[in-house]
Design a protein around this ligand. Structure first.
Ligand code: 2BA
Length: 157
């Protein structure tokens, strides 16, 4: 594999690294929390996107928020899971990116967020960009720098 140069790294866009929407676990606005918890547990993720029926992003739902919702004074009131909708419990303030955003924009964003939703101009969901995808690219670039400049020549870093 050819060495990854700095210009190539900074020239990478969100589109090059994102996970396409078909592969992203998600739930719908009017799903009951029971369904959302099932998807979260089965997929293994802690937070996933919430979409409406037209595939527009509406929020995010987490295992923690669901468990908080059903936490009673003395026990988890699991019967509530079928009564409450995702729309009542989801997080509304969702960080987003565009496909055309640069690697550096994405790098800054994943400092504070494990993943970001990627939307088109009209708010339709196109996929997600994860912290893992960004770190993987950074890891490759930095290791190649060390490999090609083992004596600490920092001219290309
Ligand atoms: P978390 O679910 O908190 O997962 C944190 C990290 O743990 C993930 O980092 C990944 O490295 C690992 N991990 C968790 N569940 C996994 C699974 N089922 N298969 C493989 N690895 C798993 P990232 O890959 O950077 O993902 C960051 C966040 O993006 C995840 O946080 C999750 O909220 C979301 N995410 C990632 N891929 C997703 C997908 N296909 N569908 C929905 N959400 C996804």
């Amino acid at each position: 594999m050819a060495k990854l140069e700095l210009q190539e790294l900074t020239g990478i866009t969100v589109e090059d690294l994102m996970i396409e929407s078909e592969k992203v676990a998600h739930v719908q606005l009017n799903n009951p929390l029971e369904h959302a918890l099932l998807v979260l547990v089965k997929s293994g993720y802690s937070v996933i996107p919430v979409l409406d029926h037209t595939y527009r992003l509406q929020g995010m739902i987490s295992k923690t928020a669901i468990l908080n919702e059903v936490l009673g004074m003395e026990r988890f009131e699991m019967e509530k899971l079928s009564e409450i909708k995702v729309s009542e419990t989801m997080l509304l303030d969702v960080p987003v990116l565009k496909k055309s955003d640069s690697f550096l924009t994405a790098l800054k964003a994943v400092v504070n967020h494990a993943f970001l939703c990627v939307l088109d101009e009209e708010g339709y969901f196109e996929g997600i960009l994860t912290r893992r995808a960004i770190l993987k690219k950074m890891n490759r670039y930095l290791h190649e720098q060390v490999h090609y400049h083992p004596t600490g020549d920092k001219t290309n870093v």
